[in-house]
Design a protein around this ligand. Sequence first.
Ligand code: HEM
Length: 279
Amino acid sequence: MQQLGLLPLQRGFSQDYDSNLNPTIFNEFAGAAFRFGHTLIQGRHHLTNARGTKERDILLRQHFFKTQEIYTPGNLDKFLIGLATQPGQKPEHYFSKELTNHLFEEEGKGFGLDLVSLNIQRGRDHGIPGYNAYRSICGLSTANNFNDLCDLIPSSIVDRFERLYESVDDIDLFIGSISERLAKGAVVGPTFQCLIGEQFLRLKRGDRYFYDLAGQSGSFTEEQLNEIRRTSFARLVCDNSNVRSIQPLIFKSKTAVNPIVDCESSSIPRVNLRPWQEV
Ligand code: HEM
């Protein structure tokens, strides 16, 4: 993020709009790279009360398309606190069975769809080239044989690829990339890191309406931008539910530097809309 200039600015405006960059979503991103998120999904979601005690688990297979739990009074808040406190699945080559054996399962059937197979198949029907092609596009070494993959992929997985695929060029982008060892400080390996970085760079620099861009008709004033920078997902949760306390950096676990605080605390600031007032 830092290398690509994608970290949000703390003050001032962005100046890096490039009218030649195409900001649309490319096929490899939607058809493979950003689906890495499927490795992070927990098979059970916690319903946690205001005292921070887990009351119940919700098994994913029992709740696909069943929104009634959310409408049960009090449950929305328990879901929100559960989501803010339950850690994600560790980023690794593992998918919950809820996704690989029970996706969209009909009650009583005992089995459902397999999200990993869908991802692989979707890459094929979108005509996305193989994993090896993207190693080369991303400036990594092209593999001439299965053994060459071991620089990025554990050999136990490479062995399985060798049994399943005829050629190293046949390995699907999704499954090859998801099998890589994680890049430093990342939740993905180097190939998905390259593709996701490229997509986010285009989304930012190719967007004339990016929120912190200066000099466009409709750009925010600096005063307005400073107010926008004060808001947070924790503030959204506080303002739109009966959750009364939460950690300010809601996507991070609570710690000594990110403790649970009251929604009225100045650690979860509110936006002041005065800079938008017309005189
Ligand atoms: C319980 C959680 C989730 C479920 C059940 C789920 C399920 C699905 C399903 C069924 C598809 C369509 C597969 C196909 O037929 O091609 C899909 C697509 C996708 N998913 Fe997920 N997903 C979940 C969470 C996530 C997360 C956390 C991310 C990323 C951070 C993610 C990223 C994507 C992307 C990028 C697509 C392709 C969208 C498109 O091409 O329009 N998903 N997901």
